[in-house]
Design a protein around this ligand. Sequence first.
Ligand code: BEZ
Length: 210
Amino acid sequence: MSTPSMTLFHSPASPFVRKVMVLLHETGQLDRVALKTIVLSPVNPNADLNQDNPAGKIPALRLADGTVLHDSRVILEYLDQQHVGNPLIPREGSARWRRLTIASLADAILDAAVMIRYETFLRPQEKHWDLWLDNQQDKIERALTHLEQDAIAELSSAFDIAAISVACALGYLDFRMPDLAWRKRHPKLAKWFAEVSERPSLKATEPPVA
Ligand code: BEZ
């Protein structure tokens, strides 16, 4: 086992961090990264993190030379170029843009779900903006419908950036929005997720018990 040369600003609850952790597992790079656990929320910033990432967000990855990379997409791209196995982000051609577009849709699910989490968990109930919450939830539903109806074959064809991102998005919905009951409306996606959830990389990075 080698000494870690990089530091990942980390929280086990963050689905964006989870994507990075899954890629580290899948590409055999776990021992290259030390984890620095960060506790933060939009109303409770972390001074240490702010020094390395002015955006105050995780994940951020400090490299051996002190350079700090963020956000998750940049870190994933970097780490995928640091191993000798098959790339998990296609380097070129139409596959690259197709797979990154699915990953982007998964990130849109995550952005909406994290916003909902912040609005409902951090703001007093009497200040919740229901119209805004409904629109975030509609975005999630539209994205899930697209994945179910138009992208399931593509998604099932490889476990790469697209699959990692969608799996982490679905895992976050289960973690923070269990009442969404998305499986009833999206059975093909549910079957796919049950299968990929058996992978050691996803098992090892499951969010903590809520
Ligand atoms: C969460 O606890 O839901 C969370 C933590 C870090 C980033 C995003 C979400």
